[in-house]
Write a new protein. Structure first.
Length: 344
C-alpha cells in the first residue's frame, strides 16, 4: 500500500458538487467518443463463464473473482477483468461493418491490485471496439484513432474548465507518439514506469506505441495478454506492435497517469505467433480462439478508457477514491483524511 499526498492539497469541489461534475463529465465524454469513433452503446456483462477464453488474463497473474452457478450444474463464472475479447464476439454477433463499432460501461473487480492513488479494487471504464478492414491494420490508422480519442479528451477538458472557474486546461495541443523501443533507448537506466514519467512530463500527453514484445534489454515495457492486441508484428525501424497506452502528465500527483490501453487486435497470424511466444498454444481449443482461427470474428481495433481516472484528472483530484466508491486500507484512508482527501 502506497499513497502520495500532494503538498497543500485542497479539493477543487466539495463532495456534493463533485458528484454532479462527475455525472456531466461522464455523459459528455461517452457521447463525444461515440460520435467521433462511430460507436453505439451496448450492455456489458459483469461476469462470463470460466474456461472459454473470453475473459482477459491481463498480465497472466491476476486472479479472477469467481463463483459456481447453481442452475448451471455448478459451472464456474468469473467477474470480468476487461471485455477486449467479448466485444469482438459482439461485433460478429451484431454484424457490425467496418468503420462502425460498439462501446459499453465495463465494471470489474481486480482483487490483486496494489492499492494507491490511482489503483483500486474496482475498475470502471468505457470499453470500445470497432470493426476494421485488412488495410487498416497499420500504424497510421492506429495513430488516427488515438488522435480522435485525444481530441475528445481535449474537448471535455475545455468544457470542464469552463464550468469550474478555478480549473485551467493542461493538455497540449497534440499528443506525442513514442515507440517503447525508443523510450528504452532514451532512458536505458530507468524502469518502464520511470521512462513514462519523464516522457509524459516533457510532452504533456504521450502514446507509447508497441507494448508486449521484449526490448533491447531483454524485458518488456509492460505485459500484454497474447490474444487481443497485436504487439508482435514488425512495423519498421526496429519497432514492433500495433498497440499502446495513452498517458497524461498529472501535475497534481507529479507523475504520469495512464488513461487508456488500446490497439489493433490480433488476426490469425498474430494470434498464433503470440500464443507460441508466450508458451500457451493450448488456448487454441478455447471458444474465443477457435472462433478467431475459423474466420468467425471480424478484424478490429479497440481499447478501454478509465472513467474514474478521467474524472480524477479533469477534476484535479489526488486520489481515485475521491471519484469512485471502493474499499481502502484504514491506514490509507486515515492518512488521506488528515490531509483533506476524503475517500468514498
Amino acid at each position: 500500500m502506497k499513497v502520495y499526498i500532494p503538498e497543500n492539497y485542497r479539493p477543487t469541489l466539495p463532495s456534493e458538487e463533485r458528484e454532479e461534475a462527475i455525472r456531466k463529465l461522464k455523459l459528455s465524454f461517452q457521447d463525444e467518443l461515440a460520435e467521433s469513433l462511430n460507436l453505439r452503446r451496448i450492455t456489458a456483462p459483469l461476469f462470463v463463464l470460466s474456461g472459454t477464453g473470453i475473459n482477459d488474463d491481463l498480465n497472466g497473474t491476476e486472479r479472477a473473482v469467481s463463483f459456481p452457478v447453481k442452475d448451471m450444474g455448478g459451472r464456474e463464472a468469473e467477474v470480468v477483468h476487461s471485455l477486449a475479447k467479448w466485444k469482438r464476439l459482439k461485433l460478429a454477433q451484431y454484424r457490425i461493418p467496418p468503420g462502425k463499432g460498439i462501446y459499453t460501461d465495463m465494471n470489474a473487480i481486480r482483487a490483486d491490485e496494489e492499492l494507491d492513488n490511482i489503483h483500486s479494487l474496482y475498475v470502471d471504464q468505457w470499453d470500445w471496439e470497432r470493426t476494421v478492414r485488412e488495410e487498416d491494420r497499420n500504424l497510421d490508422f492506429l495513430k488516427s484513432i488515438v488522435e480522435k480519442i485525444y481530441d475528445v479528451a481535449k474537448s471535455i477538458e475545455k468544457q470542464t474548465c469552463a464550468s469550474i472557474p478555478p480549473l485551467e486546461p493542461l493538455l497540449p495541443e497534440k499528443i506525442t507518439f513514442i515507440h517503447s523501443e525508443d523510450l528504452q533507448a532514451a532512458y536505458p537506466n530507468l524502469s518502464p514506469r520511470e521512462r513514462e514519467r519523464e516522457a509524459a512530463r516533457e510532452y504533456g500527453a504521450i502514446f507509447v506505441v508497441g507494448i508486449g514484445m521484449k526490448l533491447a534489454d531483454g524485458h518488456k515495457h509492460d505485459g500484454r495478454a497474447p490474444d487481443y492486441d497485436d504487439w508482435s508484428v514488425p512495423t519498421g525501424n526496429g519497432h514492433y506492435g500495433l498497440n499502446g497506452d495513452i498517458i497524461f502528465w498529472n501535475p497534481t500527483l507529479d507523475n504520469s497517469l495512464e488513461m487508456s490501453s488500446m490497439g489493433i487486435r490480433v488476426d490469425k497470424t498474430a494470434l498464433l505467433r503470440q500464443l507460441e511466444s508466450e508458451h500457451c498454444m493450448e488456448r487454441r481449443s478455447l471458444t474465443f480462439h477457435k472462433a478467431l482461427l475459423n474466420d468467425e470474428l471480424p478484424l478490429s481495433v479497440g481499447g478501454g478508457i478509465g472513467q474514474s481516472r478521467l474524472c480524477m484528472f479533469f477534476l484535479r483530484c489526488a486520489h481515485i477514491g475521491e471519484v469512485q466508491a471502493s474499499l481502502w486500507p484504514e491506514e490509507m484512508a486515515a492518512s488521506c483524511r488528515q490531509n483533506g482527501i476524503i475517500l468514498k
